[in-house]
Design a protein around this ligand. Structure first.
Ligand code: SIN
Length: 495
């Protein structure tokens, strides 16, 4: 990184922990390295929190909860709205930072900033709409009053693949609901979260509402928080194995949990699909974020009668991606996040070949610096192969065939995951039959992208619990309180 604009940007990002409205150093002054995945070079360092720092952040969140929970919804809405305007005004800074620390091409980072900012706007609009009801009991006597109140201090754990959007998708509904929070962003991409924190502070968020700890010791820092009775909710986005462990820990305090975990999305191309639309949809579903998304198409199921035509066009489109550092204008596919991810992707491709699959494109780790992996198409994949069972998280498209819809549904559902599926067909009844049979939380029909701040994002089976975004998203941060009231006419004295 030698661009003076980027150097200036990096120098402007706070690198401490944010606790009780102040930037502070980690205990003992410990720092962690933030690495550019395109060049393998250290960009900067940020504070590396200890368990004691994590607890200090929870102390602050706990202290702030009572008064924050009583603020007017409109006040919370206006802070979120201001934050939306400020993130939008600084979109280019956020985009450059995302590309520097996460690697995706600038165009994709810009799209992510728009997506992430929309969560701030959406939940600014949801805050004043927190509902309740007052009803008469069925026997006509007592009254039933139901109201909502904030859950309380939350721990929000966010991943590296969408450094701003996954943070705003949790922070914004928590703020809208009146919860305080400790945010622990991924140590691979902490800078975007730190800049976002600065913006939230400047937007007027009171001290203690949002506290941020960056750390290389995630278990050591989050464990004591999850065990602390002052914490009332845990929201996590990440892998299913880590989610399972966190849920086990959270069960000790019977914490409210939201889990947005792994996926193994099937993308089904029927023989009656518009093939150009299906190819474009598959490219989007596979290659958005370089395949590093839990909603990425992980298995492409093509009707046998259109396999050759689909593979030929899809391979051509995949071959058109330009691999390189995300900040170079010609790049359309950036590096993977680190060497561990790249080795996993490469092992899956090599394993598939050993099990009898063919490589129609890519499949070779390029020489040189950075964690690059080329766009890869693997054909002749069977449902029992590891590449069809595990989340790939890279630019690799395994292609399988099916003969009828029942077989497509059987293959699609033969996984522990249930996040999203995509179906391409011109027949609306057929699409709706798929929507009723596929075991997923989300379905895209003739589209390769379902993510939308106004829609409930989340999965079934081992893809998680709860929903983020949409009208459902704020409910994850609200408790329902019922008040039973004696019949107000019981004591009425006739005049
Ligand atoms: C994820 O990969 O975790 C989220 C992707 C999205 O919001 O589209």
């Amino acid at each position: 990184m030698s661009d003076p604009t980027d150097e200036k940007l990096l120098a402007s990002v706070p690198t401490g922990l944010f606790v009780d409205g102040r930037w502070v150093e980690a205990t003992g002054g410990r720092r962690l390295d933030v690495v550019d995945p395109a060049r393998g070079a250290v960009l900067t360092t940020v504070a590396d929190a200890s368990p004691a720092d994590g607890l200090a952040a929870l102390d602050a969140a706990h202290r702030a909860q009572e008064s924050w929970g009583r603020t007017a919804p409109r006040e919370r809405a206006e802070i979120l709205r201001r934050a939306f305007e400020m993130v939008t005004a600084r979109a280019e800074d956020f985009a450059r930072l995302i590309t520097l620390e996460m690697g995706k091409p600038l165009a994709e980072s810009r799209a992510e900033v728009g997506y992430g900012a929309e969560f701030l706007r959406w939940f600014s609009e949801e805050a004043p709409r927190i509902g309740g009801r007052y009803a008469t009991a069925p026997d006509g006597r007592n009254r039933l009053m139901v109201r909502k109140r904030p859950v309380g201090p939350c721990l929000l754990i966010t991943p590296w693949n969408f450094p701003i959007a996954m943070a705003t998708r949790k922070i914004a509904p928590a703020i809208a609901a009146g919860c305080t929070m400790v945010l622990k962003p991924a140590d691979l991409t902490p800078l975007t979260a730190l800049l976002l924190t600065q913006v939230m502070d400047e937007a007027g968020l009171p001290a203690g509402v949002l506290n941020v700890v960056t750390t290389t010791d995630p278990g050591g820092v989050t464990g004591p928080l999850i065990a602390d009775p002052r914490l009332r909710k845990l929201s996590f986005t990440g892998s299913t194995p880590v989610g399972r462990r966190l849920m086990a820990q959270a069960s000790e305090q019977v914490l409210r949990v939201s889990m947005e975990l792994g996926g193994n999305a099937p993308l089904i191309v029927c023989e009656d699909a518009d093939l150009d639309e299906a190819v474009e949809g598959a490219i989007t579903a596979k290659m958005r974020n370089g395949g590093e998304a839990c909603v990425a198409a992980n298995r492409i199921l093509v009707h046998r009668s259109v396999e050759d035509a689909f593979v030929q066009r899809f391979r051509e489109r995949m071959g058109g991606f330009v691999l390189g550092p995300g900040d170079e204008p010609s790049t359309t596919l950036g590096p993977l996040i680190d060497e561990r991810s790249r080795s996993k992707v490469d092992d899956l491709v090599r394993g598939a070949v050993r099990e009898g699959a063919g490589v129609a494109l890519g499949g070779e780790v390029p020489a040189g610096k950075g964690y690059f992996y080329p766009p890869t198409v693997v054909t002749g994949v069977r449902p029992d192969m590891a590449i069809a069972r595990e989340e790939i998280f890279g630019p690799v498209a395994p292609i399988m065939t099916f003969d009828d819809d029942a077989e497509a549904v059987r293959i699609a559902n033969s996984t522990d995951y249930g996040l999203v599926a995509f179906v391409f067909t011109r027949d609306i009844d057929r699409a709706l039959r798929f929507s009723e049979r596929l075991e997923v939380g989300m379905l895209g029909i003739n589209t390769g992208v379902v993510s939308n701040p106004a829609a409930p994002f989340g999965g079934v089976k081992q893809s998680g619990l709860g929903r983020e975004g949409g009208a459902e998203g704020i409910e994850e941060y609200l408790e329902t309180v019922y008040v039973g009231i004696r019949d107000p006419f019981a004591a009425e004295v006739d005049a």
